[in-house]
Every structure is written in structure tokens, then in C-alpha cells.
Design a protein around this ligand. Structure first.
Ligand SMILES: [Zn+2]
Ligand SMILES: [Zn+2]
Length: 126
């Protein structure tokens, strides 16, 4: 059973020949002295290992930045244009109109009507 390495500061030296031992690589359980072949257990380094792992100080920014819920302004009837149009359902002469542009230019626009009285809806193509 050989001796453990001599520790000077954060460095380990071979107890047999005094050679500076290399740091153990990942998953290496022992460090071999390059001069004499002394095997130093990697656990010897654990005591002197300077922890430099930084804490994850920053939280994910997405969690901190809570998005404000956007309140949708519902388009009420006040925004609609009230026109004189005969309702095909009840014959009332007032209806809300809303022009709806179709994707095809050839088809022009379509005006949506909603009866003020009975809420019946119909459309008229221009
Ligand atoms: Zn050695
Ligand atoms: Zn109507």
C-alpha cells in the first residue's frame, strides 16, 4: 500500500518521486505518475478541488416576463353602420351593414346585413 500524494496548495506530488501529478481526467479513477508509475486515486483531488461551478443565476426570462393578457376589443354593434335595408325575414327597414372584401377582386365586395329588429343576417354581393 503506497502513500498518498503530497499536497502543496492545490497541487499533488507523487509520494515516491515527488513528480507533479496530473489532474485526473473525467471518469478516471486514478492518476498515474509519469515518472514512476505511482497510482494516485482520483479521490485525492476531490478534497482540494476548487469548486468553480457557477450557479445558474438567471432564471429563464420567459418565466419572469409575464405577458400581459391582451384584452380584445369586441367589435360591437356601434361600430357597424346602420342603413336602411329591408329585412327579407321580417320586413324591418333597418339593418346593420358591414362590408366584407372578398379575396378575389373579380367578385368585388360583399355587404353583410343584420336586421336590427330580428337579428336575421344576410349578404348582398356588389
Ligand atoms: Zn512518482
Ligand atoms: Zn328582420
Amino acid at each position: 500500500m503506497s502513500q498518498l500524494a503530497h499536497q502543496i496548495g492545490s497541487l499533488l506530488f507523487c509520494p515516491d518521486c515527488g513528480t507533479l501529478l496530473n489532474l485526473p481526467r473525467d471518469e478516471e479513477h486514478q492518476v498515474a505518475c509519469e515518472q514512476c508509475g505511482h497510482l494516485e486515486p482520483a479521490s485525492s483531488y476531490e478534497n482540494i478541488e476548487i469548486v468553480t461551478r457557477s450557479h445558474p443565476e438567471a432564471f429563464p426570462s420567459a418565466l419572469l416576463q409575464k405577458r400581459k393578457t391582451q384584452t380584445k376589443v369586441h367589435e360591437g354593434e356601434d361600430a357597424l353602420l346602420k342603413v336602411t335595408e329591408k329585412c327579407p325575414s321580417c320586413g324591418h327597414m333597418e339593418a346593420f351593414s358591414k362590408e366584407m372584401q372578398l379575396r378575389s377582386a373579380d367578385e368585388g365586395s360583399t355587404i353583410l346585413y343584420t336586421c336590427v329588429k330580428c337579428r336575421h343576417g344576410w349578404r348582398v354581393n356588389n
